[in-house]
Write a new protein. Structure first.
Length: 299
């Protein structure tokens, strides 16, 4: 297979950053959502440390409202790779009184993940959390460095970040602080899909066109699940859809699509005029929804 030189440069950069994390930090983890970006991250980690085992565990913040396809894929991947898995439970955070369940038609556990994430990082004394954020994904992501410092409260200050010159990354920190690290920050959604196709990486079936019961809420097609508070005027319809991004089922919208293979997905993404997070209800709560959550400690 012909190797795309642009993708090879991005791959090399990602592998370099992962090796830097392994060299500079004592207890790193790879944040894993079950989405395409975190799956690519696992693939890069397998390459970075081959033939050895990935030297850090995966960490999944489980909202309890995931698509079943995501959890099934996660468990299969963990079994195949032999990597350790840490699971932080939003339901446990609710039960322990750390967060309060939202109510109303737009109730979601997505924002509640922040507390669960920070508690889980603290419990396992994590000093670096590798994430699959990309600069083209959402405007707040573009403000991140590769090594993004977090204070003792897990908070992010976009105006106080360290320079990154000549591929030199400063991982020095004070006790209780940690870093979020984004090895695929320079990738685009198209890069991710082309890399998945080139490397023949397995992804959840939910990314491909399939028939599903959905309903339209303010222009967003939401899947009919037990977790979504569907209103009386929101009628269920059988549609051929797929998901461009995977998150909490209560706020992740589907797109009408017949793309059933990688070639068709790549063609569809090339023609798309909306970002992949354009169907995320959690990003629509305010103009600065993502940045506000990131300042508090979100991914």
């Amino acid at each position: 297979m012909k190797i795309n030189s642009h993708l090879k440069q991005l791959e090399d950069e990602g592998i370099y950053i992962m090796r830097e994390v392994a060299a500079q930090f004592e207890r790193p983890v790879l944040l894993f959502s079950g989405g395409k970006d975190s799956i690519v991250m696992v693939h890069l980690a397998l390459k970075a440390f081959y033939p050895a085992k990935i030297p850090f565990p995966l960490m999944h913040v489980d909202t309890g409202h995931n698509f079943k396809e995501t959890i099934e894929f996660r468990d299969k991947l963990v079994e195949q790779t032999g990597v350790d898995l840490i699971v932080g439970s939003v339901q446990k955070s609710i039960d322990d009184g750390r967060v309060k369940e939202e109510t109303g038609p737009d109730a979601s556990r997505n924002a509640l993940q922040t507390v669960t994430l920070l508690d889980t990082l603290k419990e396992h004394q994590v000093d670096a959390a590798l994430g699959g954020g990309r600069r083209d994904e959402e405007k707040a992501r573009a403000k991140e460095r590769f090594f993004s410092h977090r204070d003792v409260f897990g908070q992010w200050d976009p105006k106080n970040q360290r320079p990154e010159l000549w591929s030199i990354y400063n991982g020095r920190k004070n006790p209780g602080e940690h870093f979020r690290v984004f090895p695929i920050s320079n990738w685009t959604e198209m890069d991710v899909w082309q890399y998945i196709a080139q490397e023949n990486i397995d992804i959840p079936s939910i990314y491909f066109a399939h028939e599903r019961k959905v309903f339209n809420r303010r222009g967003v097609w939401l899947a009919d699940t037990e977790y979504v508070n569907r209103q009386e005027d929101e009628e269920l319809e059988n549609k051929i859809v797929r998901f461009r991004t995977i998150g909490d089922a209560t706020c992740t919208g589907a797109v009408l699509s017949t793309a059933s293979n990688m070639e068709e997905i790549i063609q569809e993404v090339a023609a798309a005029r909306q970002t992949e997070r354009g169907n995320r209800h959690d990003d629509k709560r305010s103009e600065t929804a993502m940045e506000d959550r990131k300042r508090q400690g979100y991914f």
